[in-house]
Design a protein around this ligand. Structure first.
Ligand code: ADP
Ligand code: MG
Length: 237
């Protein structure tokens, strides 16, 4: 499902967190929202999700104006940095949660959950509880849970932010492979240039609530459009 963000602004008090953003995210692509802390990435993601209404502007999903539709009607899956799994439920029950509340037939749930656990390479760990998993494994359960209801869009807000460097690196490569398999339109927030470069088809560079540049990792790296992009993306020495 393609996403169009049209003239979206969002203010908190007198502070413009998102300042007239225009953006087109192609169906099936993996896009990074990259920018420093406070640049409006999470706010923009929440507006796309329908968790936060924009002050002005529109969100279009698959060519339809979705600005006033509820979160549930947008067919979107989320994973946040500290996305709490249900502690008292097993991995399998966590992944099944969204299917159960939609009254999916039991046999269907069982098959789908096994398929998802294999997809996130957690086959065999279905009976464990979150406390018995590593941080990286927990985030993979969160992803499987988000994917369970077959969303047309996946929104990830610094999903690996809380993990250590080695695990983050593994998960990046893994997310890329997962996306190549599933092809769900994915918007991925990060403040880590390397992460954005390595994982995404396109990078949206944000600063102070505005979009500074949109391009492939190579375009953004080779031809930074503004001094900000140059200094933020530029080769680290
Ligand atoms: P990022 O995800 O890029 O770090 P955010 O979108 O979270 O940026 O926040 C952008 C700015 O908006 C920050 O300065 C933050 O303090 C402010 N902000 C975000 N959400 C709220 C809110 N609910 N109330 C007040 N200010 C907020
Ligand atoms: Mg944020």
């Amino acid at each position: 499902m393609g996403i169009v963000v049209e003239n979206v602004s969002k203010q908190f008090g007198s502070f413009k967190a998102v300042d007239n953003v225009n953006l087109e995210i192609k169906s099936g692509s993996l896009v990074a929202l990259l920018g420093p802390s406070g640049s409006g990435k999470s706010t923009l993601l929440r507006v796309i999700a329908g968790l936060e209404p924009p002050d002005t502007g529109k969100i279009w999903l698959t060519g339809k104006d979705a600005t006033n539709t509820s979160v549930q009607d947008r067919n979107i899956g989320f994973v946040f940095q500290h996305y709490a799994l249900f502690k008292h439920l097993t991995v399998r029950q966590n992944v099944a949660f969204g299917l159960d509340i939609r009254k999916t037939p039991k046999l269907k749930v069982k098959a789908r959950v096994e398929e998802l656990l294999n997809l996130v390479q957690l086959g065999g760990l279905g009976d464990r509880y979150p406390s018995q998993l590593s941080g990286g494994q927990r985030q993979r359960v969160a992803l499987a849970r988000a994917l369970a209801v077959q969303p047309q869009v996946l929104l990830l807000d610094e999903p690996f932010g809380a993990l250590d460097a080695k695990v983050r690196k593994d998960l990046r490569a893994w997310l890329r492979r997962l996306h190549d398999e599933v092809h769900v339109t994915t918007v991925f927030v990060t403040h880590d240039q390397e992460e954005a470069m390595e994982v995404s088809d396109e990078i949206v560079v944000m600063n102070k609530g505005r979009v500074e540049q949109v391009g492939t990792p190579a375009q953004v790296y080779d031809n930074p459009a503004t001094p900000f992009v140059m200094s933020f993306i530029g080769p680290v020495n």
